[in-house]
Design a protein around this ligand. Structure first.
Ligand SMILES: NC(=O)c1ccc[n+]([C@@H]2O[C@H](COP(=O)([O-])OP(=O)(O)OC[C@H]3O[C@@H](n4cnc5c(N)ncnc54)[C@H](OP(=O)(O)O)[C@@H]3O)[C@@H](O)[C@H]2O)c1
Length: 337
């Protein structure tokens, strides 16, 4: 099979954001044997896979699991189950969304392999692009907004024009939450306001600190869902009210923040924490996961959620064109065989 494989092993050891200048530094095209499933595993003939920031962190060696040289890249996609190990027979022939487990074989290939437990049979109304981005961001959006809804009436989200940011704004609006959405481009403001954000603030404007302080005083957000984790994030957290939680779930910033207000953790009951969907999947009861998955699919099926696509690449185009494709704003890069 044709596959896009990793050129390096292990970790690089330095977080520097998900931007890539040349995918050829990390990836190459290879012909590999089709993977063979063990008990509980399935092989999926790829229809489409998505490019998430986690993929870009990973191929650079800056993600929560080590690279394996020569193994296919790509964490998420959708396709048809064409081969199964013992115990996974029920999925044979089904169109599924999937995420790759470390003992599987990556999604940027004609065939991917993962655990049956990490596949979700797709409703027929779900498009290929939505199917390719059905798990990582939508489940994270569900869990993050649930944290916010249980904590207060308003939330702050950074990198709000990301796909995940847009999902969270729509869901927050449906749940009656007020959202202060932080962006770094003025041209994102109109679209996010239309999606339902209460305030959309551009962190690059000189007046941002004053604007945020005013919005925070008015809406009293208790949770900051943060994908950037840079010095602006730290200033935002410092300007939030007593009891605020800073939930870091992404590392888009090029450099980590310095904490300037340790006293707030002591005297104002503020908390800093992290979130990783992988741990949520490990630690959450299957029946709870099933309920969340069903809600995700119904939001995509009836159009309340959809995946914006910025570029489409075939597998053969990935090494040469991924860097330019990921620089296009506003949506996901989708990879097809
Ligand atoms: N912890 C978890 O389990 C988990 C799960 C899913 C996603 N995530 C994280 O969620 C975040 C969003 O993912 P996604 O797939 O929705 O992303 P995406 O659609 O690919 O969009 C990336 C967004 O990040 C913005 N951005 C990039 N670098 C930035 C920086 N230095 N400062 C501010 N904004 C920056 C971009 O803004 P422009 O449009 O202005 O370029 C863009 O809107 C990522 O950090 C991802 O790793 C985490």
């Amino acid at each position: 099979m044709l596959a896009i494989v990793l050129k390096q092993d292990g970790y690089f050891g330095r977080a520097e954001g998900p931007v890539i200048a040349d995918a050829g530094l990390y990836l190459e095209v290879a012909e590999l044997p089709k993977p063979v499933p063990k008990a509980g595993q399935v092989v999926i003939k790829l229809l489409a896979s998505s490019v998430n920031p986690s993929d870009l962190h990973f191929i650079k060696g800056a993600y929560g699991q080590p690279r394996v040289k020569g193994a296919p890249a790509g964490f998420e996609g959708c396709g048809e189950v064409v081969d199964v190990g013992a115990g996974a027979e029920a999925l044979l022939g089904q169109r599924v969304a999937f995420v790759i487990t470390p003992n599987g074989s990556g999604a940027w290939a004609e065939y991917a392999m993962t655990e049956a437990l990490h596949c979700i049979p797709l409703r027929p109304e779900i498009s290929e692009a939505d199917g390719a981005a059905q798990i990582v961001n939508p489940l994270t959006a569900m869990v993050m907004v649930d944290i916010a809804a249980k904590t207060g009436a308003a939330m702050v989200i950074s990198a709000a024009s990301s796909q995940l940011g847009k999902l969270m704004i729509g869901l927050g609006k449906d749940l009656g939450l007020k959202t202060i959405a932080l962006v770094r481009r003025a041209d994102s403001v109109k679209a996010l306001t239309a999606l339902g954000a209460t305030e959309v603030l551009d962190v690059t404007t000189p007046d941002f600190a004053r604007q945020f302080a005013a919005a925070s005083t008015a809406l009293k957000p208790q949770v900051f869902l943060d994908a950037v984790a840079d010095q602006i994030s730290e200033q935002v957290f410092a300007a939030m009210p007593n009891g605020a939680r800073w939930v870091c779930y992404g590392n888009l910033g090029a450099a980590p923040p310095t904490l300037t207000q340790i006293g707030q953790l002591i005297f104002m009951d503020k908390r800093i924490e992290g979130f990783w969907l992988t741990n949520w999947l490990r630690n959450t009861a299957p029946e709870v996961q099933k309920r969340v998955v069903a809600k995700v699919q119904s939001r995509f099926a009836d159009g309340r959620w959809h995946t914006d696509v910025s570029a489409r690449l075939t597998l053969a185009e990935v090494v040469g064109s991924l860097a330019a494709a990921t620089a296009i704003k506003g949506g996901k890069v989708i990879i097809t065989p």
